[in-house]
Design a binder for this molecule. Structure first.
Ligand SMILES: Cc1cc2nc3c(=O)[nH]c(=O)nc-3n(C[C@H](O)[C@H](O)[C@H](O)COP(=O)(O)OP(=O)(O)OC[C@H]3O[C@@H](n4cnc5c(N)ncnc54)[C@H](O)[C@@H]3O)c2cc1C
Length: 315
């Protein structure tokens, strides 16, 4: 029986998290001696992009009612096509709310935030993130059926091309519980959760008028921008940029924190980043304890100089 994976798209375009989840599913399927079936809802992208990461079959659900997102309706639609014992999701905001619904519907075990390929398939056992990324645990599924969410940027996107086939399923799932009233689009060019590099800043920037230098650095690095909670609370930056325990949890390859003290609630959302660079004028700032690289100094001098150096290197 196939290993199923939910390939999430945004406005029909597959997310990087979908490629990572398919890559993960391929590793699981290889362990099981099986194939990967990817499921997507109303995609516009061609299925070829999923074959590239190891999906042998792609089921495209076409359902007008699913044009607005509802975890319950999506779980219902996925349950109609995924009839295997292993169903994998990326740990995105949407997918991590579909997965528990589906687990309840199917009576499957749910393991969230998987970090590595499974240690065993029967029972399903895998290393997962715990305590907001401050620790790890090895979780074992109690039932034969298991639903996994894969922590973003943990397993990585791995090309594994296969020749694939596509099936279109026309569904009309009831989607009456949710009505989208308004939709807030992040101001940044890049989706914060998908970004490989994030430049983030805090109250040390003194005011919103100083964010130009943060955006310049982000632009030159091809990075998304983020901020600490107080910065979005006082309206210097949009709430979509707030990272931390009560904001977005991100795990980019590089997180550059400028003028952020490193409170535990901030770290909870960023400490899974692969490399952390901290720029702070206070050598005693707690963030330095979590940093891979630290620069003690005034951001107002360091950031423009750094941007110029990177521009010169790139040029
Ligand atoms: C329940 C709860 C949930 C919370 N959730 C979150 C969350 O999700 N995310 C979050 O971020 N916070 C959260 N907080 C708030 C958190 O505790 C901190 O108050 C907050 O992270 C501090 O933001 P900051 O680092 O921008 O500001 P500050 O703590 O004021 O730090 C500013 C830093 O800038 C440095 N600085 C000043 N001038 C310069 C300069 N010229 N150059 C370089 N550095 C300079 C200072 O040395 C200082 O370290 C939460 C708090 C609570 C109680």
């Amino acid at each position: 029986m196939a290993v199923f994976v939910y390939a999430e798209n945004i406005n029909g375009i597959y997310k990087k998290a979908a490629f990572e989840a398919v890559s993960y599913a391929k590793a699981v399927a290889d362990q099981a001696g099986d194939t990967v079936t990817a499921i997507s809802v109303n995609p516009t992208d061609a299925s070829d992009v999923l074959y590239k990461y190891g999906a042998s079959n792609v089921i495209n659900i076409k359902d007008e009612g699913l044009k607005s997102f509802s975890a319950k309706a999506y779980a219902q639609a996925i349950s109609e096509v995924a009839n295997g014992n292993i169903i994998i999701f990326p740990h995105t905001t949407d997918a991590s709310s579909i997965a528990p619904m589906l687990a309840v519907m199917n009576g499957h075990s749910l393991i969230t935030n998987a970090l590595d390929a499974p240690e065993s398939l029967s029972p399903f056992q895998v290393k997962r993130k715990a305590f907001s990324g401050k620790g790890f645990m090895h979780a074992k599924a109690e039932s034969a059926g298991v639903i996994i969410t894969v922590s973003q940027n943990a397993f990585g996107v791995k090309e594994n091309p296969v020749s694939g086939s596509e099936e279109v399923k026309n569904l009309s799932v009831a989607n009456e519980d949710t009505k989208v009233i308004s939709h807030e689009q992040s101001s940044g060019k890049l989706d914060l959760k998908e970004a490989e590099i994030v430049v983030s800043a805090g109250r040390g920037m003194k005011g919103p008028e100083n964010w130009g230098m943060i955006e310049d650095l982000a632009n030159v690095l091809g990075a998304a921008t983020a901020c600490s909670k107080p910065v979005s609370d006082i309206g210097w930056r949009p709430h979509t940029e707030h990272v931390g325990q009560t904001g977005k949890a991100i795990s980019p390859n590089l997180y550059i924190a400028v003028g952020i003290s490193g409170a535990i609630q901030h770290l909870a959302g960023v400490n899974s980043s692969k490399t952390i660079v901290v720029i702070n004028s206070d050598a005693e700032a707690p963030f330095f304890k979590s940093a891979d690289y630290g620069v003690v100094g005034d951001a107002f001098q360091i950031i423009p100089a750094l941007t110029e150096k990177i521009k010169a290197l790139k040029g």
